[in-house]
Design a protein around this ligand. Structure first.
Ligand SMILES: [Zn+2]
Length: 210
Protein backbone atom coordinates (compact mmCIF):
# COMPACT_ATOMS: atom_id res chain seq x y z
CA UNK A 1 0.00 0.00 0.00
CA UNK A 2 1.65 3.22 -1.14
CA UNK A 3 0.17 6.60 -0.47
CA UNK A 4 1.07 10.01 -1.63
CA UNK A 5 1.44 12.57 1.12
CA UNK A 6 -1.00 14.88 -0.62
CA UNK A 7 -3.74 12.75 0.85
CA UNK A 8 -2.20 13.28 4.27
CA UNK A 9 -2.14 17.01 3.86
CA UNK A 10 -5.79 17.05 2.93
CA UNK A 11 -6.78 14.88 5.87
CA UNK A 12 -4.57 16.88 8.16
CA UNK A 13 -6.04 20.20 7.14
CA UNK A 14 -9.42 19.06 8.34
CA UNK A 15 -8.54 17.08 11.44
CA UNK A 16 -5.45 18.60 13.04
CA UNK A 17 -5.05 22.20 13.98
CA UNK A 18 -3.15 22.09 17.24
CA UNK A 19 -0.24 24.26 16.11
CA UNK A 20 0.89 26.50 18.90
CA UNK A 21 3.94 27.91 20.55
CA UNK A 22 5.58 26.18 23.48
CA UNK A 23 4.46 27.25 26.99
CA UNK A 24 8.03 28.29 27.72
CA UNK A 25 8.18 30.24 24.48
CA UNK A 26 9.20 33.79 25.42
CA UNK A 27 8.22 36.05 22.54
CA UNK A 28 9.45 39.37 24.07
CA UNK A 29 12.81 37.79 24.84
CA UNK A 30 13.24 36.68 21.23
CA UNK A 31 12.22 40.12 20.02
CA UNK A 32 14.85 41.71 22.24
CA UNK A 33 17.47 39.24 21.01
CA UNK A 34 16.66 39.90 17.35
CA UNK A 35 16.92 43.62 17.98
CA UNK A 36 20.37 42.95 19.50
CA UNK A 37 21.41 40.98 16.42
CA UNK A 38 20.35 43.84 14.16
CA UNK A 39 22.39 46.27 16.25
CA UNK A 40 25.34 43.87 16.29
CA UNK A 41 25.49 43.67 12.49
CA UNK A 42 25.55 47.45 12.35
CA UNK A 43 21.95 47.93 11.28
CA UNK A 44 19.45 50.42 12.59
CA UNK A 45 16.55 48.41 14.06
CA UNK A 46 14.46 51.57 14.18
CA UNK A 47 14.43 52.21 10.46
CA UNK A 48 11.08 51.63 8.84
CA UNK A 49 11.80 48.33 7.12
CA UNK A 50 13.11 46.72 10.31
CA UNK A 51 10.66 48.08 12.86
CA UNK A 52 8.45 44.99 12.92
CA UNK A 53 11.22 42.52 12.16
CA UNK A 54 11.86 41.41 15.77
CA UNK A 55 8.21 40.54 16.33
CA UNK A 56 7.93 38.89 12.91
CA UNK A 57 11.00 36.74 13.57
CA UNK A 58 9.69 35.85 17.03
CA UNK A 59 6.37 34.70 15.58
CA UNK A 60 8.17 32.69 12.91
CA UNK A 61 10.29 31.02 15.60
CA UNK A 62 7.14 30.24 17.54
CA UNK A 63 6.01 28.26 14.54
CA UNK A 64 9.37 26.72 13.65
CA UNK A 65 9.98 25.53 17.21
CA UNK A 66 6.35 24.75 18.00
CA UNK A 67 7.14 21.03 18.07
CA UNK A 68 9.15 21.38 21.28
CA UNK A 69 6.15 20.93 23.56
CA UNK A 70 4.33 18.49 21.33
CA UNK A 71 4.66 14.76 21.18
CA UNK A 72 3.74 12.43 18.35
CA UNK A 73 2.33 10.06 20.99
CA UNK A 74 -1.24 11.33 20.85
CA UNK A 75 -1.28 10.97 17.07
CA UNK A 76 0.38 7.57 16.91
CA UNK A 77 -1.88 6.20 19.64
CA UNK A 78 -4.87 6.58 17.33
CA UNK A 79 -4.63 3.21 15.64
CA UNK A 80 -7.11 1.07 13.83
CA UNK A 81 -7.21 -2.62 12.99
CA UNK A 82 -6.11 -3.84 9.60
CA UNK A 83 -5.80 -7.38 8.33
CA UNK A 84 -2.57 -8.70 6.93
CA UNK A 85 1.00 -7.66 7.41
CA UNK A 86 1.81 -6.06 4.08
CA UNK A 87 4.14 -3.09 4.40
CA UNK A 88 2.56 0.34 4.64
CA UNK A 89 4.43 3.10 2.84
CA UNK A 90 3.94 6.85 2.73
CA UNK A 91 6.25 8.91 0.55
CA UNK A 92 6.94 12.60 0.08
CA UNK A 93 5.78 13.90 3.44
CA UNK A 94 6.95 17.51 3.35
CA UNK A 95 8.73 18.98 6.34
CA UNK A 96 10.73 22.01 7.38
CA UNK A 97 13.14 21.90 10.26
CA UNK A 98 15.82 24.14 11.74
CA UNK A 99 19.43 23.02 11.71
CA UNK A 100 20.60 23.32 15.29
CA UNK A 101 24.10 24.34 14.27
CA UNK A 102 23.15 27.50 12.40
CA UNK A 103 19.44 27.99 13.16
CA UNK A 104 18.82 27.98 9.44
CA UNK A 105 16.04 25.95 7.87
CA UNK A 106 16.41 22.65 6.11
CA UNK A 107 13.50 21.44 4.07
CA UNK A 108 12.67 18.26 2.32
CA UNK A 109 10.52 15.17 2.30
CA UNK A 110 10.24 12.09 4.45
CA UNK A 111 9.45 8.58 3.26
CA UNK A 112 8.20 6.08 5.80
CA UNK A 113 7.53 2.36 5.51
CA UNK A 114 6.66 -0.14 8.19
CA UNK A 115 5.38 -3.65 8.39
CA UNK A 116 2.60 -4.05 10.95
CA UNK A 117 2.70 -7.16 13.06
CA UNK A 118 -0.16 -6.71 15.53
CA UNK A 119 -2.92 -6.08 12.99
CA UNK A 120 -2.92 -2.38 13.82
CA UNK A 121 -1.95 0.62 11.72
CA UNK A 122 -2.14 4.40 12.09
CA UNK A 123 -3.85 6.86 9.80
CA UNK A 124 -1.55 8.26 7.16
CA UNK A 125 -1.90 11.81 8.38
CA UNK A 126 -0.55 10.68 11.76
CA UNK A 127 2.76 9.74 10.18
CA UNK A 128 2.92 13.19 8.61
CA UNK A 129 2.13 14.77 11.98
CA UNK A 130 4.89 12.73 13.60
CA UNK A 131 7.47 14.00 11.12
CA UNK A 132 6.32 17.58 11.43
CA UNK A 133 6.21 17.64 15.24
CA UNK A 134 9.70 16.18 15.49
CA UNK A 135 10.96 18.54 12.77
CA UNK A 136 9.78 21.74 14.44
CA UNK A 137 12.64 21.92 16.91
CA UNK A 138 16.35 22.63 16.67
CA UNK A 139 17.41 19.48 14.85
CA UNK A 140 19.99 17.48 12.98
CA UNK A 141 18.70 15.56 10.01
CA UNK A 142 20.26 12.31 11.23
CA UNK A 143 18.60 12.61 14.62
CA UNK A 144 15.25 13.59 13.13
CA UNK A 145 15.37 10.45 10.99
CA UNK A 146 16.10 8.29 14.03
CA UNK A 147 13.44 9.95 16.16
CA UNK A 148 10.76 9.31 13.55
CA UNK A 149 11.82 5.66 13.38
CA UNK A 150 11.86 5.38 17.19
CA UNK A 151 8.40 6.95 17.55
CA UNK A 152 6.96 4.43 15.09
CA UNK A 153 8.71 1.57 16.85
CA UNK A 154 7.52 2.70 20.25
CA UNK A 155 3.86 3.06 19.32
CA UNK A 156 3.35 0.43 16.63
CA UNK A 157 6.02 -2.15 17.35
CA UNK A 158 6.25 -3.00 13.65
CA UNK A 159 8.07 -6.07 12.33
CA UNK A 160 10.21 -3.72 10.25
CA UNK A 161 10.50 0.02 9.75
CA UNK A 162 12.45 2.23 7.38
CA UNK A 163 12.54 6.02 7.42
CA UNK A 164 14.32 8.05 4.77
CA UNK A 165 14.71 11.82 4.68
CA UNK A 166 15.89 13.90 1.76
CA UNK A 167 16.55 17.55 2.49
CA UNK A 168 18.39 20.61 1.33
CA UNK A 169 20.07 22.66 4.02
CA UNK A 170 20.15 26.40 3.63
CA UNK A 171 23.27 26.52 5.81
CA UNK A 172 25.01 24.54 3.05
CA UNK A 173 23.62 26.64 0.26
CA UNK A 174 24.09 30.18 1.47
CA UNK A 175 27.30 29.97 3.45
CA UNK A 176 30.44 27.84 3.74
CA UNK A 177 30.72 25.58 0.71
CA UNK A 178 27.75 27.29 -1.00
CA UNK A 179 26.72 23.89 -2.30
CA UNK A 180 23.59 24.92 -4.15
CA UNK A 181 21.23 22.10 -4.91
CA UNK A 182 23.12 19.55 -2.82
CA UNK A 183 20.71 17.40 -0.90
CA UNK A 184 21.30 15.17 2.06
CA UNK A 185 19.76 11.73 2.41
CA UNK A 186 19.51 9.97 5.72
CA UNK A 187 18.06 6.61 6.58
CA UNK A 188 17.11 4.77 9.71
CA UNK A 189 16.09 1.12 9.74
CA UNK A 190 14.62 -0.97 12.51
CA UNK A 191 13.24 -4.40 13.23
CA UNK A 192 13.88 -7.34 10.97
CA UNK A 193 14.55 -5.08 7.97
CA UNK A 194 17.83 -4.27 9.64
CA UNK A 195 19.00 -7.82 8.94
CA UNK A 196 16.96 -8.53 5.82
CA UNK A 197 18.92 -6.81 3.05
CA UNK A 198 16.69 -8.06 0.23
CA UNK A 199 13.46 -6.66 1.70
CA UNK A 200 15.22 -3.46 2.69
CA UNK A 201 16.43 -2.96 -0.87
CA UNK A 202 12.96 -3.64 -2.25
CA UNK A 203 11.38 -1.13 0.14
CA UNK A 204 13.98 1.49 -0.67
CA UNK A 205 13.51 1.04 -4.39
CA UNK A 206 9.77 1.52 -3.96
CA UNK A 207 10.45 4.64 -1.93
CA UNK A 208 12.75 6.40 -4.32
CA UNK A 209 11.28 4.94 -7.50
CA UNK A 210 7.76 5.91 -6.44
ZN1 LIG B 1 23.60 24.00 9.58
Amino acid sequence: MIHDARTCREIEATTDSDDRSTPSFDQPRIEAAVREILLAIGENPDREGLLDTPSRVARAYGEMFGGLDQSPAAHLARQFPQDGSDPVMVTDIPFTSMCEHHLLPFTGVAHIAYQPQHGRVVGLSKLARTVQILARRPQQQERLTQQVREAIEEHLDPAGVLVMLEATHSCMQIRGAKAHGASMKTRSVGGRWERDAATRREIQEMMVGK
